[in-house]
Design a protein around this ligand. Structure first.
Ligand code: NAD
Ligand code: DAU
Length: 333
């Protein structure tokens, strides 16, 4: 089996590449533009005979065509992924998330190659804090940010290419991932690396916003289950019943670091900040037999803190630039 993994040098893509190398005999080709969000170091310890890394853009039609022609399946992780950046400059989001997905779809259509599209629960918009309902495969799309609206558009392109052109494709929409190799711009790694540096965590607004956390290893296993058993044209929601408000996550991290529970700073809220995400993943569990392996969020956070403590050489080069970007975004708000 030969897989083409787009965005394989980013957070979730790299974790999935590690999963493939460890659990299958497949050959993996990574296509990644190596934006600021990528890290070659995330793939550095993988065996060269199992992995080919190609530096390139998913919008490059010729390159995408030649790589797609020689693989059995494309798993599409590549995207501009950070909401805060999409509020500052939406243009790379429109290009990579929409034009990039279109370019890949045309290539898999030409070469009759299986496609899996990795997407987000943010396409559904948000839920009220006092609402107990969760997103299902039937929830209407209602994205809030430039990031989530481009992901919603890319999902719709995939569905149209299945229906209109007979492309063999599945889709998944997952909740917030945490774990190793996540860029320090994201909430959990930002606060962990702040705490390592003796800087208080930064909480947007009230901190009551809820995210539904899943360990990235469970996301990898779910994508594999969909590749092996998923039905073309179907969408699968991926989530592990991990709802936490942001304040609780910060307090858990402060406890892990032995700091007092109020050692954090409130900063200006994200414009249009989604209130709550929550996934009902019964379809994935019932039809494909997937179950999350990580059930204890505190334990998962402790492992993640340990990983960032032990891999400072991985994240340190990104940290100053990420914080400088946040300072300029805070001024703009
Ligand atoms: P990330 O930002 O860490 O990695 C994205 C990768 O895509 C980077 O390596 C980047 O260089 C690459 N990339 C960006 N534009 C490209 C282009 N034009 N051509 C080639 N490569 C390009 O993102 P992530 O958090 O790993 O997310 C991966 C996918 O999973 C995204 O599609 C995202 O929407 C989705 N997702 C993320 C989460 C989450 O919690 N992070 C949850 C659900 C779904
Ligand atoms: O739900 C899936 C989505 O999860 C993915 O599609 C996105 O690619 C991924 O980035 C993530 O989006 P969020 O916007 O939820 O993640 P982020 O890590 O940026 O923020 C998580 C929450 O923490 C959110 O409510 C904003 C808040 N936050 C974030 C940062 C960076 C803070 O309070 N302080 C911070 O410093």
């Amino acid at each position: 089996m030969r897989y083409l993994i787009t965005g394989g040098a980013g957070f979730i893509g790299a974790n999935f590449v590690h999963y493939l190398v460890e659990h299958t005999d497949a050959h993996v080709t990574v296509l990644d533009k190596f934006t600021y969000a990528a890290s070659a170091a995330s793939l550095a310890d993988l065996p060269g005979n199992r992995l080919t890394v190609v530096r390139g853009d998913i919008c490059d039609e010729g390159l995408v065509d030649s790589l797609t022609r020689s693989c059995h399946a494309v798993v599409h992780f590549a995207a501009e992924s950070h909401n805060d950046n999409s509020l500052e400059d939406p243009s790379p989001f429109v290009r990579s998330n929409l034009v990039g997905t279109y370019t890949l779809l045309e290539a898999v259509r030409r070469h009759a190659v299986r496609f899996h599209h990795v997407s987000t629960d943010e396409v559904f918009g948000d839920l009220d804090l006092d609402d107990s309902t969760r997103f299902t495969e039937q929830t209407p799309y209602n994205p809030s940010s430039p990031y989530s609206s481009t992901k919603a558009g890319s999902d719709l392109l995939v569905r149209a290419w299945v229906r209109s052109f007979g492309v063999t494709a599945t889709l998944s929409n997952c909740s917030n991932n945490y774990g190793p190799f996540q860029h320090v711009e994201k909430f959990i790694p930002r606060q962990i690396t702040n705490l390592i540096d003796g800087v208080p965590p930064r909480l947007y607004g009230s901190g009551r916003n809820v995210r539904d956390w899943i360990h990235t290893g469970d996301h990898s296993r779910a994508v594999m289950a969909i590749l092996e058993k998923g039905v073309s044209g179907e969408t699968y929601l991926i989530g592990a019943d991990g709802e936490q408000d942001n304040l609780s996550v910060v307090r858990e991290l402060l406890r892990i670091f032995g700091r007092s529970e109020d050692w954090f700073e409130h900063v200006a809220d994200r414009p249009g900040h989604d209130l709550r995400y929550a996934i009902d993943s019964s379809k994935l569990r019932r039809e494909l037999g997937w179950e999350p392996g990580h059930h204890d969020f505190r334990e998962g956070l402790e492992d993640t803190v340990r990983w960032y403590r032990e891999h400072e050489e991985w994240w340190r080069p990104q940290k100053a630039a990420a914080e400088a970007r946040y300072r300029s975004q805070e001024v703009a708000r």
